[in-house]
Design a protein around this ligand. Structure first.
Ligand SMILES: [Zn+2]
Length: 421
C-alpha cells in the first residue's frame, strides 16, 4: 500500500535528455518483453558478479543455460526487479549480496510458482542502461548482463511508472499469473470420517522475502517453514485435526494471499508463524499476537508494520482494492472473530508457558495485515528472537519446535472444546 502511494508522487520528466533516456528505456523494455526464449529445462545459476565502473555498475549472473527475463523499477527505496522463469539459484551468491557501486543489496527467490525474482537495491535513482544475455562461449557459461547507470529521481519515477504499467498489462495478458494460490498450499490429515477442524498454518515470509536475518545468517523464512511443517505433522498425527500449509516450499506469498488460501479452504483457524529480531542480543522470548482495531501497544504496532512490509518489498500488487469497502466489511465480521482469536491466543499462551520462554506481556494486539481474514479466528506466533543466540539455537532445533507444536495442539484441544467448527 505504502509503495503504491509513493509511486504516484514524483515529478514530470525533466527535459529532453530525460525523455530520451526514458524512451530508450521503454524501447529496451518492450523489446525484451517481446523476445521470448523457448525454455524447457530449469536454468541453474552458477554464480553472480559485480563490476564497478566510473559510469556504471555491471551485474552478471552466470547460468548453465539461456534464460528469459523481464524487469521493472520501484522507488522509495529504489529497486530494480528482474523476473525470470523458475530457475535454480542454490549456488552461493558470494559478496554480491552486500552490494557494490550503485547496488546496495541483492535479494532473490521464488516469487510464485513459475516466476523467480531478483531484487537489486540501488543506493540512488538508477536505470538499466543495458540488459542482455550472452551465450556460452570460450569456456564461459551463459550470462545475463545488467548495466546500471545513475539518473535523476524524476527520470527514475517516470521510468518506474511506465515499467509498472507494462508489467501490469503483461500480467493481464499472461494466463499463467491467474494461477490459483492453492497451488502452493498443501493440506494434510484428510480422512473420510466426521469433519475435523482445519488449521491453516502460515509459514511467514518466503522466496524473495527472507524475513528477519538472525545470528549466523539464519533466515526467518526457513525457520518458519520448518516449524510449520512440524506443527502440521503433530496436528495430523493426533488424528484430531487437518492441517493446511499456506506454503510448503520456499516461495513468496503476498499477505492477502495467505488469508485467501485459508478462506478458500474453509479453515477453522489461522496461525501465522514468525520469528523476530531486535538490536539487543539479550532480548528473547516468544509472543502471541492477535488483531486489534487500533494497535495501541507501540511495540506491537511497530512489529506489525515491520511484518507488513513484505508486500512492499516484493509483492507488488497492482490490483486496485477498494480499501473503504474492505474496511467496512472487515469491521462487520471482525468483532466476533477478534474475540475468538483472543480466546485462542489465551489458550496458546497458557499451554506454551510450561515449555517455552515467553515475553512478559505475551498476548499482545497489533494491526497485522495477515490476521485480517474477517471470518477466521487468527493469531500470529512470534516464536522467539533470531537476534538472540539462545532463541536462534532453539528455533533451529527440531526437538524445540516439536515442543512448541505440542503446546499448540493442547491449546487447540482446549479451544475446540468450547468453540464449534
Ligand atoms: Zn516475520
Amino acid at each position: 500500500m505504502q509503495g503504491r502511494q509513493k509511486l504516484t508522487q514524483g515529478g514530470m520528466l525533466g527535459g529532453r535528455g530525460a525523455r530520451a533516456l526514458v524512451l530508450a528505456f521503454l524501447y529496451c523494455f518492450f523489446a525484451l518483453t517481446l523476445s521470448t526464449v523457448a525454455e524447457a529445462k530449469t536454468a541453474k545459476v552458477l554464480g553472480a558478479r559485480l563490476g564497478v565502473y566510473p559510469d556504471k555498475t555491471r551485474f552478471v549472473i552466470d547460468l548453465d543455460s539461456e534464460v528469459d527475463y523481464t524487469y521493472f523499477l520501484l522507488p522509495d527505496p529504489f529497486r530494480i526487479i528482474i523476473d525470470m522463469p523458475e530457475i535454480d539459484w542454490s549456488a552461493p551468491p558470494g559478496k554480491v549480496t552486500s552490494g557494490g557501486g550503485l547496488i546496495s543489496g541483492l535479494r532473490y527467490g521464488l516469487f510464485k510458482p513459475g516466476t523467480f525474482r531478483v531484487v537489486l537495491d540501488v543506493s540512488k535513482p538508477a536505470l538499466i542502461s543495458k540488459i542482455f544475455t550472452l551465450p556460452a562461449s570460450g569456456g564461459k557459461p551463459n550470462r545475463l548482463v545488467i548495466d546500471i547507470a545513475p539518473t535523476s529521481r524524476d527520470t527514475f519515477m517516470a521510468a518506474s511508472r511506465e515499467s509498472m504499467a507494462a508489467y501490469s498489462a503483461r500480467q493481464r495478458n499472461d494466463t499463467s499469473v491467474t494461477e490459483k494460490s492453492e497451488d502452493v498450499a498443501v493440506e494434510t490429515g484428510k480422512t473420510t470420517g466426521p469433519r475435523k477442524p482445519l488449521i491453516a498454518i502460515d509459514a511467514g515470509h518466503g522466496g524473495v522475502d527472507p524475513g528477519t536475518i538472525g545470528v549466523g545468517g539464519i533466515y526467518e523464512k526457513d525457520i518458519t517453514l520448518a516449524a510449520a511443517r512440524e506443527l502440521a505433522k503433530v496436528l495430523t498425527d493426533s488424528g484430531r485435526y487437518r492441517a493446511l500449509l499456506t506454503r510448503d516450499k520456499d516461495v513468496f506469498l503476498k499477505l492477502r494471499q495467505r488469508t485467501e488460501i485459508a478462506r478458500k479452504n474453509h479453515a477453522d483457524l489461522f496461525l501465522s508463524l514468525h520469528a523476530d529480531s531486535i538490536s539487543d542480543p539479550n532480548h528473547r522470548g516468544a509472543s502471541v499476537y492477535t488483531l486489534s482495531e487500533n494497535a495501541s501497544d507501540k511495540e506491537a504496532s511497530a512489529l506489525a508494520s515491520k511484518e507488513n512490509k513484505a508486500d512492499v518489498i516484493a509483492g507488488i500488487d497492482l490490483s486496485e482494492e477498494n480499501s473503504l469497502v474492505q474496511s467496512i466489511l472487515i469491521d462487520l465480521a471482525q468483532r466476533e472473530t477478534m474475540n475468538l482469536s483472543s480466546n485462542f491466543a489465551t489458550d496458546m499462551v497458557r499451554e506454551l508457558a510450561s515449555d517455552v520462554k515467553l515475553q512478559q506481556r505475551t498476548h499482545r494486539f497489533a494491526g497485522f495485515a495477515v490476521l485480517k481474514a474477517p471470518d477466521i479466528p487468527s493469531a500470529l506466533f512470534e516464536m522467539g528472537y533470531l537476534s538472540n543466540p539462545t532463541d536462534a539455537k532453539l528455533l533451529q532445533s527440531p526437538a524445540h519446535r516439536e515442543k512448541m507444536a505440542k503446546a499448540i495442539l493442547r491449546a487447540l484441544d482446549d479451544y475446540f472444546k468450547t468453540h464449534k467448527f
